[in-house]
Design a protein around this ligand. Structure first.
Ligand SMILES: C[S@@+](CC[C@H](N)C(=O)[O-])C[C@H]1O[C@@H](n2cnc3c(N)ncnc32)[C@H](O)[C@@H]1O
Length: 266
């Protein structure tokens, strides 16, 4: 438990705001999106979506995937506890909404749906965006689907699958028949926070990148393992700009940018 605290102190020491950011691309992103203080009407929908989950004391039997929970001891879990412990915070959901609203990606892939707290932010950020979201636990995904219907969110395709089996069976590699594989303009990695799995998803998805792809990795400082993963991703030759917001590592593949790593307080 000491690890995240040490990492956060290190982050606070190294992080900055827009001052001293010379890249116009990153400067604009920080000032016009990260620090955008407008009160979007969609924030009220995100809040209502969360509150309805927090009010739901029903329990479901979950199948536990990924790197394991530091909170739950049993697989019978109350919906409100899952929402409280496994989902994105309100502040970050609003930031995710603004990122989608700012970049207007056409296709989004979310790896790790849970109850859809982040999915709803991705979906409301641009109603024209098509979102595919992956979740291994069928009962959790079912709750998410009910919730999306309740809030009339229709631009999401939830898929019940183990992550690697989905990614390995999709048409992600270019072939002579299909030289341009599936493109996701934004990928949100939020499940199975282990080094091995994250690097595997990273490699599997690399053929889908374009110059404008945005990849967001959650919990990059969750453990030593994830910090090593983040360092490997930053050093990858295809990666140019990265932004560490402590909770997230945001990755860009823009050829016109020199390789540069930013540590930004949001
Ligand atoms: C942290 S939660 C996602 C939270 C969600 N993005 C949000 O902000 O509300 C991670 C989810 O990924 C699922 N998961 C983890 N590893 C998985 C795997 N290997 N295959 C399929 N689902 C997995 C878990 O069941 C869990 O619901």
């Amino acid at each position: 438990m000491l690890h995240p605290i040490k990492s956060y102190l290190y982050f606070l020491w190294n992080s900055k705001n827009q001052h001293g950011v010379h890249s116009p691309f990153v400067y604009n992103l920080v000032t016009k999106c990260f620090y955008d203080t407008a009160k979007y009407p969609e924030y009220a929908v995100l809040k209502a979506y969360r509150n309805s989950l927090l009010a739901n004391k029903n329990t479901i039997e979950v199948i536990d995937f990924g790197a394991g929970s530091r909170v739950f001891k049993s697989n019978t879990r109350a919906i409100n506890q899952i929402a409280k412990n496994a989902g994105i915070s309100s502040k970050r959901a609003e930031l995710l909404f603004r990122i989608v609203n700012y970049f207007q990606p056409e296709n989004i892939l979310e790896i790790g749906t849970s109850l859809g707290l982040a999915t709803s932010a991705l979906a409301l950020g641009n109603p024209k965006t098509k979102i595919i979201t992956l979740e291994g636990c069928p009962k959790t995904l079912n709750q998410c689907q009910l919730q999306l219907q309740k809030f009339n969110i229709n631009n999401v395709t939830p898929i019940n699958t183990e992550f690697s089996s989905y990614l390995t069976t999709q048409n992600l590699q270019p072939t002579s028949y299909n030289p341009q594989p599936t493109t996701y303009n934004l990928v949100y990695f939020d499940g199975n926070h282990s080094k091995k799995a994250t690097l595997k998803y990273f490699e599997l998805l690399l053929p889908t990148i374009t110059n404008d792809s945005i990849w967001i990795f959650d919990d990059i400082h969750w453990s030593k393992d994830m910090e090593e993963t983040w360092e490997i991703i930053q050093n990858h030759p295809k990666v140019t700009v990265t932004i560490d917001t402590f909770q997230w590592g945001i990755v860009f593949f823009r050829n016109e940018q020199k390789k540069e790593h930013f540590v930004i307080r949001v």
